[in-house]
Design a protein around this ligand. Structure first.
Ligand code: Q0Z
Length: 285
């Protein structure tokens, strides 16, 4: 058996155990919007996300070691080192978006970071901020303060993952901006291999981050999603109440969305997606 024992399912991914403290993460073509997985998949979405994450893992190894061992020839399966995952999500925000907008408006702060007055939705922050969250079993992750995070992983470990998260975000956001994509925020998950801190899970993909098209950036309102905007627009237009089941997507929405995922892959990696399909190891070189 190549895929070993099934350990768990995410909304759009599967996790399996292999021999020798290794795992396989398999990214499906399922897509979620408004927290609901839709009945229609986006062909190759799992390959785009797997290839992008592997690309970033290969390019950030000097900032932080990561769990990546290999990308399988199917392009959607990642073999990785099994880690003892830390039970917090390491969110970095470079722009004011999502739950941070509400927090800022009600308190002038985001997760204990005081921010300048007068920021508009989607504005770039003066500096990227680290806003840890707990991993909720179901539903939404909950923002926590640095004190709460220190209580969970220890103050020393927290300082280390904050420093690494900010360094990874700065590197990737700067790189992506040069290729026309704003990474507004992103989520990292770290684990331990013995006493070594290792970046795990999936990193710097459109499923773990907000990607915005830089050429359309206009703060003062919510920004269009680089990848999911056609899906969101279609879902809004149908009048769907955002409870399961979600609507089936028409072929034009599927094709447009697939093209956006492939565009994100090609812009960021500089590699034709067809080359990745022919040999996924191209992203590691
Ligand atoms: C990742 C997840 C998925 C369900 C555990 N290297 C690692 N070592 C130990 N655990 C994990 C990893 Cl990546 C790990 N998840 C998230 C992924 C399906 C849950 F594909 N959970």
């Amino acid at each position: 058996m190549t895929d070993g024992v099934h350990l768990g399912s995410g909304k759009v991914r599967e996790l399996y155990a292999l021999e020798g403290d290794r795992l396989v993460l398999v990214a499906s073509d399922r897509i979620s919007t408004f927290d609901v997985v839709l009945p229609t998949g986006i062909p190759d979405k799992g390959r785009v996300l797997t290839g992008l994450a592997a690309f970033w893992f290969a390019r950030t190894r000097s900032i932080c070691p990561n769990h990546l061992l290999a990308v399988r020839p199917d392009g959607r399966s990642t073999e990785c080192r099994r880690l003892d995952m830390l039970p917090i999500e390491c969110v970095v925000r470079g722009y004011l978006a999502g739950s941070a907008v509400k927090d800022y408006r009600t308190t002038g702060q985001v997760c204990g970071h005081p921010l300048p007055a007068g920021l508009a939705e989607s504005d770039r922050l003066p500096e990227p901020i680290f806003t840890p969250a707990t991993k909720a079993q179901t539903g939404h992750d909950e923002n926590i303060t640095r004190e709460q995070a220190a209580g969970i992983v220890g103050a020393e470990r927290l300082a280390e993952i904050e420093r690494l998260s900010l360094a990874l975000y700065r590197f990737a956001a700067d790189y992506a901006l040069g290729r026309g994509i704003i990474i507004a925020d992103t989520k990292f998950e770290f684990g331990l291999d013995g006493d070594q801190l290792v970046l795990g899970d999936e990193a710097l993909t459109p499923d773990s981050s907000r990607f915005w098209p830089a050429d359309q950036y206009a703060p003062g309102k919510a920004q269009p999603s680089f990848d999911k905007q056609f899906v969101r627009d279609f879902c809004e237009k149908t009048g769907w109440d955002k409870t399961p089941p979600g609507p089936e997507l028409p072929p034009a929405v599927v094709a447009g969305t697939r093209a956006r995922y492939v565009e994100a892959f090609e812009r960021l990696t500089g590699i034709p997606f067809a080359d990745y399909l022919a040999d996924p190891s191209v992203v590691l070189r």
